[in-house]
Design a binder for this molecule. Structure first.
Ligand SMILES: CC(C)(COP(=O)(O)OP(=O)(O)OC[C@H]1O[C@@H](n2cnc3c(N)ncnc32)[C@H](O)[C@@H]1OP(=O)(O)O)[C@@H](O)C(=O)NCCC(=O)NCCS
Length: 296
């Protein structure tokens, strides 16, 4: 890295290089923080890399002033991707090239993204376990809530019959935005355009409770929100039922405010681990809510 790198807005043409950089940074982080009993670190598959690029192109399009790269003569050194939804600022991606970390590039990138959130009442980040990352977030005024992860295969015999859940569609966006405003204080709005294309959507819409879940390709929730625990529990069971019986499935991003999710995972003998943080500003941990890494 030369001393004369600069920070500039990200453009759609940067996205492939930024994808490769973040993949390298997260693979390096997974190797550094690997724990016995966890799956071996893996690079993103081409399918997951394509999904990543689609999400970030969407955010560069809708939140151009929230997306930044640091660059020198050798290319992109780091990147940050953030968005504003209602009165909340959210960080979707943040990485500096391995080997160049710890020299202040990340701080400049985060400051640029945080400036996009000036005037926002709330802030939300799905934080990794990287000590430099959480140092940056705390120094930026975020409260760090440790989060948990459930992992394991789900036996068919453990699955209860869930009757109130139906398949969802783009027509459910107003319902989902209303649930999100009640539960996390901000709608996902335009992000549903990407989410409904990438994930199966399941919905509960009853007088006694409403909610939705985007289901990950291997089963388990990518994002789940509901107005009460009973509805959230039904949605989580439905998401777990989409897994293969012999394949481990994950329920990530469980904060201590979401014990209903722990109870579901433990009922089907999934393993419970600590993993990362939910970093919040001006906001309590949302519940019943399981955030996604990118769109929160
Ligand atoms: C998080 C990340 C983007 C920060 O970028 P960076 O260029 O390393 O950040 P900076 O150098 O500006 O700041 C890092 C801070 O951590 C400190 N630090 C460096 N190594 C550290 C370590 N091993 N333990 C604790 N703190 C450390 C640095 O001194 C610096 O603090 P200071 O500015 O107050 O002195 C980068 O480290 C990264 O890509 N990490 C892996 C991916 C990741 O976890 N991203 C966050 C996703 S939520």
């Amino acid at each position: 890295m030369t001393a004369d790198y600069f920070v500039r807005p990200m453009t759609p043409t940067d996205v492939p290089e930024v994808e490769r950089l973040t993949d390298a940074a997260f693979f390096d982080l997974d190797v550094r923080t690997h724990r016995a009993g966890w799956p071996a670190p893996e690079h993103r598959s081409e399918a997951r890399a394509a999904e990543w690029r689609a999400r970030v192109r969407h955010l560069v399009q809708h939140d151009p002033r929230g997306c930044w790269v640091a660059e020198d003569d050798s290319g992109v050194l780091g990147a940050t991707v953030s968005m504003r939804r209602d009165t909340t600022w959210l960080l979707a991606a943040y990485a500096v090239r391995p080997g160049l970390q710890g020299r202040g590039v990340g701080r400049q990138l985060l400051d640029a993204a945080l400036a996009y959130g000036d005037g926002c009442l709330h802030g939300m980040i799905a934080a990794s376990e990287d000590p430099p990352a959480v140092r940056r977030y705390r120094l930026a005024g975020f409260t760090l809530h440790p989060t948990m992860l459930l992992r394991g295969p789900v036996a068919r015999a453990d699955l209860p019959v869930v009757e109130r859940v139906r398949e969802g569609s783009a027509g459910d966006v107003p319902l989902m935005d209303s649930v999100d405003r009640q539960v996390r204080g901000a709608a996902h709005g335009v992000d549903h355009e990407v989410l409904t294309r990438a994930y199966r959507l399941v919905v509960v819409d009853r007088p006694t409770g409403s909610g939705y879940a985007y289901v990950a390709a291997r089963g388990g929730p990518y994002l789940l929100a509901a107005t009460n625990r009973r509805t959230a529990t039904d949605l989580l069971w439905e998401a777990l039922a989409a897994s293969s019986p012999d394949e481990p499935v994950e329920v990530p991003h469980v904060s201590a405010a979401n014990e209903w999710a722990l109870d579901v995972g433990l009922a089907c003998r999934m393993q419970l681990w600590t993993s990362g943080y939910l970093a919040l500003r001006g906001l309590k941990p949302p519940a019943p809510y399981l955030h996604s890494g990118h769109f929160l």
